[in-house]
Design a protein around this ligand. Structure first.
Ligand code: PGA
Length: 278
């Protein structure tokens, strides 16, 4: 099985003005990628992929500055239709045009505060792939659901419409030229137990691995072993420089989706450094 490149995605949420975003990106450029005082000390495949998912208003500002630190740009939401009369919304093609390579979809805050359904998440994932952006699809259970032993049931319900849509997408694109969208295996899943987001209470690495391994098996059932082997699955929820290594030590955890600890260049870079494969 090919080794998956690790991925560290910062989710800035509704933080940072355009100017603050610019300062972050400039500072990041002096810290990453690592040069360790001379020639590049690492092979490209050892380095994690760095992604910053910023508010819409900073995307245009960030793309060129982030490129200097080999960091890719992501958005935090996208509309589920390719275009139309949807006042206030932003389409996948618009984001791609600004240079976004990723888009977070179905974050628990969006599911909770904006009633985003798993069906909408499924549509958005396909719209993103069609526009050549990799969706970062978020799933996760609440504390109540976990304590009731319903974690798998809840995640299965969140995942099922997405996997069905991805299956249809992959088959519609079978044999069609590559210009029709990204490979389905570019999809990223982020497992974020809701009770661990922004609370300082992280899931144990072995608990996270159990859920993530189960998610990968589910993907393999629906989309085949090869796609499941290529897709990256992240853990998210109070990931910090001092706990990321325990997650990365797990075979199915390919990186992290990080809120709070991604807001300072120094801690974001520390997360990246700890994700270098040695
Ligand atoms: P946190 O947020 O790292 O601050 O817990 C994670 C997320 O919401 O993606």
């Amino acid at each position: 099985m090919p080794m998956r490149q690790r991925l560290i995605a910062g989710n800035w949420k509704m933080y940072k003005t355009r100017q603050e975003a610019h300062s972050f990106a400039r500072e990041l450029g002096s810290l990453w990628p690592p040069t360790d005082g001379g020639a590049a000390p690492y092979a490209l495949a050892q380095l994690p992929e760095a992604v910053v998912c910023a508010p819409f208003t900073s995307l245009a500002e960030l793309v060129d500055v982030l490129a200097k630190s080999a960091t890719r740009l992501g958005a935090q939401n996208v509309h589920e239709q390719p275009e139309g009369a949807f006042t206030g919304e932003i389409s996948a093609v618009m984001l791609r045009e600004l240079g976004c390579a990723y888009v977070v979809i179905g974050h628990s805050e969006r599911r909770a505060y904006y009633r985003e359904t798993s069906e909408a998440v499924a549509h958005k994932s396909v719209v993103a792939l069609e526009a050549f952006m990799a969706p970062i699809v978020c799933v996760g259970e609440s504390l109540e659901e976990r304590e009731a032993g319903r974690t798998q049931e809840v995640i299965a319900a969140q995942l099922e419409p997405v996997l069905q849509s991805l299956y249809a997408y992959a088959h519609a694109h079978d044999g069609v030229t590559k210009s029709s969208g990204l490979d389905v295996g570019a999809t990223v899943v982020a497992y974020e137990p809701i009770w661990a987001i922004g609370t300082g209470k992280s899931s144990s690495a072995t608990d996270a691995e159990t859920v993530i391994g189960w998610i990968r098996a589910r993907i393999a059932e629906r989309l085949g072993q090869s796609v499941a082997g290529r897709m990256r699955i992240l853990y998210g929820g109070s990931v910090k420089p001092d706990n990321i290594a325990t997650y990365l030590a797990q075979p199915d955890i390919d990186g992290a989706l990080v809120g709070g600890a991604s807001l300072q260049p120094s801690s974001f870079v520390e997360l990246l450094r700890q994700s270098i494969r040695t």
